[in-house]
Design a protein around this ligand. Structure first.
Ligand SMILES: Nc1ncnc2c1ncn2[C@@H]1O[C@H](COP(=O)(O)OP(=O)(O)OP(=O)(O)O)[C@@H](O)[C@H]1O
Ligand SMILES: [Mg+2]
Length: 358
């Protein structure tokens, strides 16, 4: 029996593959067992509305943003960390899974591990599971993104020692305190990069009477967002449409404009982290105070955010190296050795999980 099972594992490992997916609101990253990260592109799809066909995915689709003819629609299938357009998510996952399968020349459908925000509803989890199944996964396993981010940050989450991670993505900021392979307390705040970008669009419309596209607003955020002034006083030119005349116009935006635009959201983030620290049991809190709070996700890169958090919370704050890939690194770690990490995967919404041996 044991021999038979080893044989099956060997063959299914050879003919099939295991894939890990960080299905983010802004970016999708895919890890293929034995190969590493093989896909890292925006979670954006371009659709032909006449035929319903997908015409571009990822970077190519993002380049089309705001510049498409009438019959092409650009869709961002995730909103606030969860699937909002099920069919398009399924199409994107199908594309990704087929790509991995053709590269591996695998005959058997892959097992897929997907990262989901902490504390999402069963319906939202079910949607992620079903989308991956319909896209061709043999079995689907789920992991909470902050758990994956903590693994990717090499935090010792298996030990009985508290670790804290704040993953500031595009749609959600996932804040979690972990110990002994589980979440002690967590908060999934739907304020993150996309909300910062939207706040910038609104600010420029209100203050400068200028309509700018989402891509321009995001570019301004990435270039200029900071918590304190830089020494060189950064600024940039933004082009858009005058809200009154309707004609093209440009304005010069400074880093203090961007700071003012996102200040409310930054406050919410800081206060939410403080609130979670207040709910953290004392022993675990002592560990966090000693070890520090780790930041991951694209939003972790805002200059000065660590110092602001340190000032307010009186705890050391550290940005994880290569913060945009922390979640997929953790997912990859699990994929390479899924039996060891079985305990930290999400159980199947009250039903039996697919067994790892399947
Ligand atoms: N240097 C930067 N400064 C500020 N924001 C940045 C920077 N680089 C990227 N971002 C923002 O980070 C976000 C993307 O981060 P990330 O890839 O971690 O999100 P995601 O995983 O797709 O989303 P989520 O986890 O919320 O579903 C975008 O909103 C992007 O604009
Ligand atoms: Mg993410």
């Amino acid at each position: 029996m044991r021999l038979l099972k080893t044989g099956v594992d060997f063959f299914s490992g050879w003919l099939s593959t295991d894939i890990g997916i960080d299905l983010g609101t802004a970016n999708t990253l895919v890890y293929s067992k034995g190969k590493g990260i093989i896909f890292n592109e925006p979670t954006i799809v371009a659709l032909n509305t006449k035929t319903g066909q997908m015409v571009a995915v990822g970077t190519k689709a993002k380049e089309m943003y705001g510049r498409t003819p009438q019959h092409i629609e650009i869709v961002r299938p995730l909103v606030d960390g969860v699937i909002s357009d099920f069919e398009v998510t399924e199409e994107m996952l199908t594309y990704v899974i087929n790509r991995v399968r053709s590269e591996h020349r695998s005959i058997i459908a892959p097992r897929v591990l997907i990262g989901v925000p902490s504390g999402i509803t069963n319906v939202e989890m079910r949607a992620a599971r079903d989308a991956a199944k319909n896209a061709g996964a043999r079995d689907v396993f789920l992991i909470e993104e902050p758990v994956a981010a903590a693994l990717g940050a090499k935090l010792p989450i298996a030990r009985s020692h508290g670790s804290m991670i704040v993953d500031i993505g595009g749609g959600t900021s996932d804040i979690a305190v972990l110990s002994v392979n589980g979440i002690v307390v967590s908060k999934n705040l739907r304020v993150a990069g996309d909300h910062f970008t939207n706040a910038i669009t609104t600010y420029i419309r209100d203050q400068f009477k200028l309509h700018v596209g989402e891509r321009s607003a995001e570019e301004a955020k990435v270039k200029l967002a900071s918590i304190v002034d830089s020494e060189d006083g950064r600024e940039m030119v933004l082009r858009g449409r005058d809200a009154i005349t309707g004609l093209p116009r440009e304005v010069v935006i400074t880093e203090s404009d961007i700071r003012e635009a996102i200040a409310g959201h930054v406050d919410t983030l800081v206060e939410t982290i403080r609130g979670l620290l207040e709910r953290t049991p004392p022993e675990v809190l002592a560990d966090v105070m000693q070890r520090g709070i780790y930041l991951s996700g694209g939003g972790a890169q805002i200059p000065g955010l660590t110092s602001l958090l340190e000032d307010v919370l009186k705890v050391p704050v550290i940005v994880v190296p290569d913060p945009l890939r922390a979640v997929i690194r953790g997912i990859g770690q699990v994929i390479e050795d899924i039996h060891t990490y079985e305990e930290i995967l999400i159980q199947n919404e009250g039903e039996l999980s697919p067994t790892l041996e399947d």
